[in-house]
Structures are given as structure tokens and as C-alpha cells.
Design a binder for this molecule. Structure first.
Ligand SMILES: [Ca+2]
Length: 143
């Protein structure tokens, strides 16, 4: 079992500063409901949430998370020093219900700092959100 490189990937740590939000007054960590004690992250249209993570050059990683939202979005890895996109890892198609994602990727760019970045798509449905939860990045070891 490899270590999860993402801090507070389940959004259960109240007051955590692990994630940054582009619209702190709108999005953020929300409770599922009064009866389900799960917290997740809500991202409003065109907004994003991100955190810097440590990745090694020429290593492979598995990104897993679940998401939902009829607006969809994207997940990227950026060079956090320049905000230059290393690659778009995955486009997130609109999903009404929680959907599991597993994406394996290899870091080909030697940047000192990397940013895991979730972006909600632009939408005129301004009350809709892209929700994410259970985010993890673990190194994939070769056999
Ligand atoms: Ca959670």
C-alpha cells in the first residue's frame, strides 16, 4: 500500500488548509446531508480547487477520485511555479451520480513542483457544481 500524496483527499478534516479554492465564498467543503456524515468538495462553474503535490520525474502514479455533477469538468496536473499545464489528465463527462475514476499517468516533465487541479466546466447553470471526493495519488511501483 503506497502512501497517498494528496492531503485531506477525503475532505473530512474540518479546517484543513490542504486545498485551495478559486472562489472561497461560493465553493468549498460541504456536508452530504444531515444523515450522511460525509464531506466532499463543491466546485461552482468555471471555478477550481487545487493543491500542490510531490511527484517524481519518470515515475508512474495512479490518480483515483470520485465525482458527480451535470456540468462536468477537467482534472489537470500543472507546473505550480508557472501554472503551465503539464497535461490534461482527464476530461470529466457530466455525471448525475457519484462516479469512480482511475487514471494512471507518468510524469515526463521535470518541474520542481506539481499542482493537482480540478476545474468545473463553464455553465449557465450557476447553481450546479462539480463535486469531488476521495482523491488520492499513489506511486505505482513496477514489478
Ligand atoms: Ca469525504
Amino acid at each position: 500500500m503506497s502512501t497517498n500524496l494528496v492531503r485531506d483527499g477525503d475532505f473530512e478534516t474540518t479546517g484543513s488548509s490542504a486545498w485551495n479554492m478559486t472562489a472561497i465564498n461560493e465553493g468549498g467543503v460541504k456536508k452530504e446531508s444531515e444523515t450522511v456524515t460525509n464531506q466532499y468538495c463543491q466546485i461552482f462553474p468555471s471555478e477550481s480547487t487545487y493543491q500542490d503535490i510531490g511527484l517524481g520525474i519518470n515515475q508512474s502514479f495512479m490518480l483515483t477520485f470520485k465525482y458527480r455533477g451535470i456540468i462536468g469538468g477537467t482534472v489537470h496536473i500543472f507546473n505550480s511555479n508557472s501554472n503551465e499545464s503539464v497535461e490534461i489528465i482527464k476530461s470529466l463527462s457530466p455525471q448525475e451520480n457519484w462516479t469512480d475514476m482511475n487514471v494512471q499517468f507518468t510524469v515526463d516533465y521535470d518541474y520542481s513542483a506539481y499542482r493537482l487541479h480540478f476545474q468545473a466546466a463553464y455553465s449557465e447553470l450557476t447553481d450546479e457544481t462539480l463535486d469531488i471526493d476521495e482523491v488520492s495519488v499513489v506511486e505505482v511501483t513496477q514489478d
